[in-house]
Unconditional design. Structure first.
Length: 257
């Protein structure tokens, strides 16, 4: 009777049910045969994957800060906010879908992490991975140099060779983020905590929320211009260039996409 009460109003496996079930059980069988990887996969699925994704995000911020790309720093801030919003939204989606954890539906499945008591869909870890990766990708794709009127920022600070180096560095950070994030999704299924569909949905949710948040970039660019005119300019741009140091009187930046 208690089991019947548990199943009222919940879903055992979401669509596509057959693919979710077959891939989950197949990977669970592989997990049983690769005991040598259990310790690493346990750590990666719980904290190491998220730590590497966060380090990739922070490294991207350090690059744009060091290269004096304040607009890109503003986009990174939006990405961080979007990640938090996506995590909150994920709780609402999970309670709406009400998909049971795989180990509740398949009690004999091998589970390498502590069993959670929340819903499986979407994966919180995948939401963060998708959001942080998209944040880095937006810097590669969307952040132009910040142009100032009256030559307040010296030309050498935004020279084309520097811009190319920034693009190359952020591109490879995005590649690393993609690899870390994809392996994190694999690890969450490997340890028995999620179906593949939970992971894919998490990636998509995190990415979509950050993309929507990036629609506010014009407002953030405007705020960045104000910050550059204040003593807090060091938060978005490395000090040391004329017209960038805190407290310097700068003309209002002419912002563009």
């Amino acid at each position: 009777m208690a089991r019947l009460k548990l199943l009222v109003g919940v879903t055992k496996v979401l669509w596509p049910e057959h693919l979710n079930t077959s891939y989950y059980l197949d990977l669970n069988r592989i997990s049983r045969q690769t005991r040598w990887a259990h310790a690493f996969m346990h750590d990666y699925a719980l904290w190491l994957g998220l730590a590497l994704m966060t380090l990739t995000f922070l490294a991207t911020y350090v690059v744009v800060w060091w290269r004096r790309r304040p607009q890109a720093a503003g986009l990174m801030f939006l990405g961080g906010v979007g990640t938090l919003v996506a995590l909150g939204l994920n709780q609402l989606v999970g309670h709406a879908a009400q998909e049971l954890r795989p180990y509740d539906t398949y009690p004999k499945a091998l589970v390498l992490v502590a069993k959670a008591h929340d819903y499986a869909f979407p994966s919180d870890h995948a939401v963060v991975a998708g959001a942080l990766f998209t944040s880095v990708l937006l810097v590669v794709r969307r952040a132009p140099p910040l142009k100032f009127a009256s030559g307040a920022l010296p030309r050498h600070a935004l020279a084309q060779p520097d811009q190319r180096r920034l693009s190359a560095t952020t591109f490879w950070l995005a590649v690393l983020g993609a690899l870390f994030g994809l392996f994190l999704g694999f690890a969450r299924v490997y340890v028995g905590a999620h179906y593949p569909g939970d992971v894919v949905a998490g990636y998509l949710l995190g990415a979509v929320v950050v993309m929507v948040a990036s629609g506010a970039r014009r407002a953030v660019y405007w705020v960045v211009g104000l910050v550059l005119r204040s003593p807090l300019s060091w938060l978005v741009c490395r000090p040391g260039a004329e017209g960038v140091q805190g407290g310097t009187s700068l003309p209002q930046p002419a912002l563009r996409r």
